[in-house]
Design a binder for this molecule. Sequence first.
Ligand SMILES: [Zn+2]
Length: 259
Amino acid sequence: MQVLDVGQGSAALIDTRSHRIVVDAGPKIDTRFDAGESIVMPALRRTGSDRVDLLMLTHLDNDHAGGRQAVADRYPDAQDIGAIRRCRDGHSWVWDRVRFTILQYADGSNRNDRSCTLLIENQRQSVYLSGDIGIQAEHALVDRLPERLSVLVSPHHGSRSSSSSLFTRHVAPQWVIHSAGRFSRYGHPHPLVSNRYALECSRQLVTGLVGGITWSSADPERIFSQRLGSLTLAFAPGLHRLDESACVEKPTNPSVRRH
Ligand SMILES: [Zn+2]
């Protein structure tokens, strides 16, 4: 998985052995900046195969959907699901032994809460791309999420109105990626949110600070950041976290070695 640095916004590429998914395509700002053209397309060309099987938008806010057209134009055969076509809560499929499940709080009172979110699991690892869901949606969906995620792309860029304690305690991710701009004018991630994940011993990265981030289920304790290089769960400088003694790790799958 690659979580791209699109400034204040969100875009990710998911690769299995023979399939490729784009989840959100970053913002488009007038004619000055199109993250789809400038960031998503080069990442697609640079890595993996020259194809997109699925183009999924979590919702239609510009910071997620602005770059969509550039990707759709280049990959017209990509199946289009999520916010553009009707998001189907519970829809699930398997590609290359990886299970994908769409989760949506369809009764959400606003567009953020109705984000079309994606849970990705193989036998040992799990990743959740949470769109911009807020606390109500988190509470509605939390029981359907694994108790210890390998990677969470944090809800709503680490906004204070998301990442409730109930949610962070349940998902207790090993890695949290806040897809947020450098010096975000919204203050993402909010310090209260960072502290909640820190209490779960999560290692946190902000795309605007460390650049695009790559994680692979084949080497789950390692993450690669454009600017900092290779980081491990044991040693990841510049991350938001409390003193090590402040967090209490949940018991985890014994096959996953923890430091
Ligand atoms: Zn957003």
